[in-house]
Design a binder for this molecule. Structure first.
Ligand code: TYD
Length: 218
């Protein structure tokens, strides 16, 4: 496996998508093949599962159903998109990956990190990110940012975004616990700075890791 796998994580409203886009532009300018993707989703079948799991419906979704749906979407994503891209030597940037399941289902839904890892092990196999960046934001502020964006785009909150603030506080605890447990892989950045300053911090983390792996073509 010669590629490089980066995941951008964090609560809703942290500005992940903007940072994914800026990072992809930066790396493409360096002449690298960059594959941008997201979870849940990333392949046609995984996107169908995304709709199943995020749609707001009358029927309550059991937490175990939820964790299995995210894992099913991930298994397909890894097998069909992430693994082949890494084998070609590409840089893959995913907006969310397995850490989101630990934070949302493990902590948010209180299924526990152990169970969520167990369910996800067959989905990810040996494909773990070389670098994961968590954009951290206070949940109340994240929610306000999200509401502003959704008002502009005239969209509404999905099923997970509709959860109470206490749920989102648990999710944040989950992300912070992950950053503490895996300090080599996971880097925590405050999402409260300017877009440009967060981008520069991300670039410097990525450069450091890619250089260490010997992939930089500067
Ligand atoms: P996201 O794509 O970030 O939402 P949007 O595109 O609307 O900003 O993620 C969708 C939701 O799914 C988000 O609330 C987090 C949740 N999620 C989980 O609960 N577990 C997971 O494993 C993943 C990948 C996402």
């Amino acid at each position: 496996m010669t590629g490089f796998f980066i995941t951008i994580e964090g609560p809703d409203g942290a500005g992940k998508s903007t940072q994914v886009r800026l990072l992809a532009e930066y790396l493409r300018e360096k002449g690298l093949e960059v594959v941008v993707t997201r979870e849940p989703g990333g392949t046609p079948l995984a996107e169908k599962i995304r709709n199943l799991v995020l749609d707001v419906s009358e029927e309550p979704v059991a937490p175990v159903t939820e964790v299995l749906l995210y894992a099913a979407s991930r298994a397909q994503h890894v097998d069909q998109l992430i693994k082949p891209a890494l084998q070609r030597g590409a840089v893959v940037i995913s907006d969310r990956f397995v850490d989101s399941s630990i934070a949302y289902q493990g902590f948010g839904r209180r299924l526990g990190a152990d169970l969520v890892w167990q369910v996800n092990r067959p989905a990810v196999g040996e494909i773990m990110p070389h670098l994961s960046i968590i954009l951290d934001i206070e949940p109340g502020q994240g929610r306000r940012r999200l509401a502003r964006r959704q008002q502009l785009q005239q969209t509404g909150p999905d099923r997970l975004e509709q959860e109470q603030l206490v749920f989102h506080h648990r999710v944040r605890e989950g992300f912070l616990a992950l950053a503490k447990e895996y300090p080599e892989r996971i880097k925590l950045l405050s999402a409260e700075g300017s877009i440009d300053s967060i981008h520069r911090q991300i670039v410097s983390l990525v450069k450091e890791k890619i250089n260490a792996k010997g992939m930089d073509r500067d």
